[in-house]
Design a protein around this ligand. Structure first.
Ligand SMILES: Cc1cc2nc3c(=O)[nH]c(=O)nc-3n(C[C@H](O)[C@H](O)[C@H](O)COP(=O)(O)O)c2cc1C
Length: 356
């Protein structure tokens, strides 16, 4: 609960140092993630079970991300299968041909490592066969964090929904094993029971190398918060790092991600791209994260709120709003392109205090 709040509050403690008189008549938010051009550095974080928020769930999110030519990360625990999510965007144009440097929608797949490595390997295989451009390996969940609301509510997946990547039914989907989160043990959260029965708590850096060996696409570590682990991640051969505390849902009282970002960026020293998620609620938050070294940011809860509000249209509105705020922040801070945003554009709390 404390980290959840701090993820947002920590952004408020950072001030923007705007530059003036820099001809910002033409602001361009385009950037790249792992070499793929996207329209803006505002991307969608993986969140499980999106059909709990809206009947169209992950397909609605995928269509909205596709519309804005940005990157969406699909959760292993989606309520729509990898194949169906990909099929849901097939009718949409994949590029905006009018742009000088066209940007395209990009999908990454978020992976949990199962005790059953064959289940894990098949998820990787299906993601890459379906055009996903990277694997975001979640490294902060050997056990589920203590989620009091889930325990109180005895969380379980409603009976009409499934963890769709594991359905062994028809449609030619791979047989990757049956999982069921609908069986809470006594008074515990069904998800916590599921994680302790299925997810491998022995996970270590050798497993990252195992994923690298099986993936023909880049692999990112999602959930790094320290310089020490960032260095180990680079040594293990990851292609990118997502600074994340799982939206404050794992270990409470860990630092806000924006407070952890800079030490990770320094430790990585340009060897791989560094991304951030956690607490992004405004365009100025995106600007601050980029100024402190993030290549792009990922939004979790705002996507779910937008989905619950109005499905695909809701997620489009959320992306439009955040992008507009970000574009304005860039203009008012004197930046024409995202490359112009740098460390000199922000003042962090210790620096402010030092001047008191
Ligand atoms: C309801 C919910 C479900 C989530 N599911 C996953 C998941 O399946 N896999 C994962 O790696 N992270 C998951 N996350 C964490 C997000 O990917 C992300 O780290 C976090 O939501 C970012 O913080 P924000 O919600 O403040 O944007 C989930 C977060 C929420 C709120």
């Amino acid at each position: 609960m404390l980290t959840l709040a701090n993820n947002e509050q920590a952004f408020d403690r950072i001030q923007i140092r705007p530059r003036i008189l820099r001809d910002v008549s033409n602001v361009n938010t385009r950037t790249t993630v792992l070499g793929h051009r996207i329209s803006s550095p505002i991307c969608i974080a993986p969140t499980a079970m999106q059909r709990m928020a809206h009947p169209d769930g992950e397909c609605a999110t995928a269509r909205a991300a596709h519309h804005y030519k940005t990157c969406m990360v699909l959760s292993s625990w989606s309520t729509t299968s990898i194949e169906d999510v990909v099929a849901s965007t097939k009718d949409l144009p994949s590029r905006n041909g009018e742009e000088e440097e066209p940007s395209s929608p990009v999908k990454w797949f978020q992976l949990y490592i199962y005790k059953d490595r064959e289940v894990t390997r098949q998820l990787i295989e299906r993601a890459q066969n379906n055009g996903f451009k990277a694997i975001a390996l979640t490294v902060d969940t050997p056990f589920l964090g203590r989620r009091l609301a889930d325990i109180r509510n005895r969380f379980q997946l409603p009976p009409h929904l499934t963890m769709a990547n594991f359905s062994t039914a028809d449609k030619g989907k791979s047989q990757v094993g049956r999982v069921n989160v609908s069986e809470p043990v006594s008074n515990a959260s069904g998800l916590a029971s599921y994680v302790s029965s299925q997810i491998d708590p022995t996970l270590n850096w050798k497993d990252v190398q195992w994923v690298k060996k099986h993936a023909r696409i880049p692999v990112l570590a999602k959930g790094v918060l320290t310089a020490e682990d960032a260095k180990l991640a680079v040594e293990a051969g990851v292609d990118g790092i997502i600074v994340s505390n799982h939206g404050g849902r794992q270990l409470d009282t860990v630092p806000a991600t924006i407070d952890a970002l800079e030490e990770v960026v320094k430790a990585v020293d340009g060897h791989v791209e560094v991304y951030l998620d956690g607490g992004i609620r405004r365009g100025t938050d995106v600007f601050k994260a980029l100024a402190l070294g993030a290549r792009a940011v990922f939004v979790g809860r705002p996507t779910l709120w937008a989905l619950s509000y109005k499905g695909e249209e809701g997620v489009k509105e959320m992306l439009a709003l955040l992008n507009e705020e970000f574009r304005l922040a860039m203009a008012l801070a004197g930046c024409q392109t995202v490359k112009d945003i740098n460390r000199s554009h922000v003042k962090t709390l210790p620096e402010c205090l030092a001047k008191l």
